[in-house]
Design a protein around this ligand. Structure first.
Ligand SMILES: [Zn+2]
Length: 487
C-alpha cells in the first residue's frame, strides 16, 4: 500500500515537480543546441534530464560512413560545429539506434513514467517512430486524456519487427492503466491504425473492522489496523467539528472503524470504500458517527440522534496542528507586554495547508500590517473567519470568490509579526473577534420524519452487527450483503 499517494499535498508537489522538470528540459534543450554538444554531457549530469538523446548528434550528421563515436568522445569533437560556425542540429542519440538494431522483435517493453515524460516521448524512447507514437496517442485521445500520466505509472508496450525498417519497430499494442482497476488496451489494426478498448478488472467490496487503543496518535492506531490514509483523513475531518485532536485525545482513548475495502478477485487490496461507522472513545465522551445517504442522495456522517457532524465552522482549520496560544490575555512574544490575543494560534510547519473553516465568500486577501499575509472569509451576515501569517494563498484566490468548507485556501507561514510558522485563526461575530471555544455552532443538518426513521433503521442494523464482527475481521461480500451492510 502506498501511504503517501492519497495525500493531496503530495499530488500538488508532484505536479509542480513535473512543471519544473518540463521547464528545465526546454531550457536545457535550448542551451544544448545553441552551444553545441560540448556542454551537453555536463548539463545532462546537472539536470539528470531524460531527454539526453535530443541533443546528441546522429552519425549521419558527422560523416555518413564514419564509425559511431561514443557520447563522451563526441562531446569533445570539434567537427560537431558546422563550417559556417553554426552548431549541429539535434538528432536522436546514436547509441539508442544501435540498441534498437540489436533488439530482437517481437519484444515487450515496460515503461515507467518519470518527470517531464509525455506519452509520445515514452513511446518514441522504445525506438518506435514519432508517427507511430502520435497515432497511438491520437487513438487514446478519443477516450482518455493522454496528458494524465502519473510519475511512476507503468505502461506496457509490445513491439513488432518492421519489415521496411528493422531499426524502427512497429507498435503492436500498448496497455495504459487509467486507475487501480481499469486500463486502456491499444491494439494495432490490420490497416496499420490503432483501436482502443477499456478493460475493467473485476473487484469486490468487503467489510472490515479496525481499531484499538490510542497510544501515540489516532492516525498511527488506525494505520496500524490497515485503514488507508485517505479514510483516516475522512475520519479526522468528520470528527474535527467536535474534537480538538491535539488537546482532547489522550493515551488510552480508543478508535473503532467499520469500513468497506475493495479487493481484486485475487484478494489484492486496491483501495478502501466508504467508512460506515466509527466510534471515538475519549474517556469522558463516546462519539459514534454513522454514514447515511439521505433521500436527496446527500451523504453525511451523523451522530446517533440524526444530527450531522458537520458544523457551521471548523474549530481547527489545519490538520495535525497543535494550539500554541489560545484566545485571551497573554504576554506578547514580540512586543513583550501583556496584550489581548484575539485569536487562536496553531503551530504548524510553513506550507501546511489551511482549510476554509466554512462555506463562504473571500472578503479580504493580501498584506495587513502585523498579520502579514491575511485572508478573511465571510460565512454569513454574522460570522467571518480570518487567517494570518500566511506564507502563500491558494492560486487565483481573490475577493468575492466563493469557497467551500474544507477547501485549501492558503498555507501556513510566518509573515508579519510572528516568531515562527503558525496559523493565527480568528472567528469574528459581527466584526468582533470572539473566542472560538465559546461559539456554539449548530449542527449542519438534522434528520426528521421519514429520514430520521430510515436513519434509525440503518443505525440499528449496524449496531446489531457489531457484536459479531470482532476487531480485525473482514466480511466477504456475500456475508456483508446478507447482513445489509453493503448493497
Ligand atoms: Zn495569534
Amino acid at each position: 500500500m502506498d501511504f503517501e499517494s492519497s495525500y493531496p499535498v503530495k499530488t500538488v508537489s508532484r505536479a509542480a515537480a513535473r512543471k519544473r522538470s518540463g521547464k528545465m528540459r526546454i531550457m536545457w534543450f535550448v542551451v544544448g543546441t545553441s552551444f553545441g554538444i560540448g556542454c551537453a554531457s555536463a548539463l545532462t549530469s546537472l539536470f539528470d534530464a531524460p531527454a539526453v538523446q535530443t541533443a546528441a548528434v546522429a552519425p549521419a550528421a558527422i560523416a555518413p560512413s564514419a564509425p559511431v563515436p561514443a557520447v563522451e568522445e563526441a562531446s569533445k569533437e570539434v567537427a560537431l560545429v558546422m563550417p559556417d560556425g553554426k552548431p549541429v542540429e539535434a538528432e536522436p542519440e546514436p547509441q539508442e539506434i544501435a540498441k534498437a538494431e540489436d533488439a530482437a522483435y517481437p519484444k515487450a517493453v515496460d515503461l515507467k513514467v518519470e518527470n517531464g515524460d509525455t506519452l509520445i516521448s515514452l513511446l518514441t524512447d522504445t525506438g518506435a517512430s514519432y508517427i507511430e507514437a502520435q497515432s497511438v496517442v491520437d487513438s487514446i485521445g478519443k477516450v482518455y486524456d493522454p496528458k494524465k500520466l502519473d510519475i511512476g505509472q507503468k505502461i506496457a508496450v509490445q513491439l513488432h519487427k518492421n519489415p521496411d525498417s528493422p531499426s524502427t519497430p512497429l507498435i503492436a499494442s500498448v496497455i495504459l492503466p487509467t486507475s487501480l482497476t481499469s486500463s486502456l488496451q491499444v491494439t494495432r489494426t490490420a490497416d496499420d491504425g490503432f483501436s482502443v478498448k477499456k478493460i475493467e478488472a473485476a473487484t469486490q467490496h468487503k467489510i472490515a473492522r479496525s481499531g484499538g487503543v490510542i497510544n501515540s496518535s489516532l492516525y498511527e492506531t488506525a494505520a496500524a489496523g490497515g485503514v488507508s490514509p485517505a479514510l483516516i483523513s475522512e475520519l479526522i475531518t468528520a470528527y474535527s467539528y467536535d474534537v480538538d485532536f491535539q488537546r482532547d485525545i489522550k493515551q488510552g482513548d480508543a478508535i473503532d472503524v467499520l469500513y468497506e475495502r475493495v479487493e481484486t478477485e485475487d484478494g489484492t487490496v486496491i483501495g478502501q470504500g466508504n467508512m460506515i461507522y466509527a466510534q471515538l472513545n475519549l474517556g469522558d465522551r463516546n462519539l459514534r458517527i454513522y454514514r447515511y445517504v439521505d433521500g436527496n442522495g446527500g451523504i453525511d456522517y451523523y451522530n446517533e440522534r440524526g444530527e450531522s457532524v458537520r458544523k457551521a465552522l471548523l474549530r481547527t482549520p489545519v490538520n495535525g496542528a497543535r494550539i500554541s496560544s489560545g484566545f485571551g490575555m497573554r504576554n506578547h512574544p514580540i512586543l513583550g507586554f501583556t496584550k489581548m490575543h484575539r485569536g487562536v494560534d496553531f503551530a504548524a510547519p510553513t506550507g501546511t495547508p489551511i482549510y476554509a473553516a466554512g462555506d463562504g465568500t473571500v472578503e479580504m486577501v493580501g498584506r495587513k500590517g502585523g498579520y502579514g499575509n491575511y485572508l478573511r472569509i465571510r460565512h454569513n451576515g454574522k460570522y467571518a473567519s480570518a487567517y494570518a501569517h500566511i506564507s502563500r494563498f491558494a492560486s487565483n484566490l481573490k475577493p468575492g470568490q466563493k469557497v467551500k468548507q474544507g477547501q485549501i485556501v492558503a498555507y501556513v507561514g510566518d509573515t508579519g509579526m510572528a516568531t515562527g510558522a503558525h496559523l493565527h485563526y480568528e472567528i469574528l461575530a459581527n466584526n468582533e473577534q470572539v473566542n472560538p471555544a465559546n461559539v456554539k455552532f449548530k449542527n449542519g443538518n438534522v434528520l426528521a420524519g421519514k429520514e430520521l426513521a430510515a436513519f434509525r433503521k440503518n443505525v440499528a442494523r449496524i449496531e446489531s452487527n457489531l457484536a459479531s464482527i470482532p476487531n480485525g475481521s473482514i466480511l466477504a461480500l456475500a456475508e456483508a450483503q446478507k447482513r445489509g451492510l453493503i448493497n
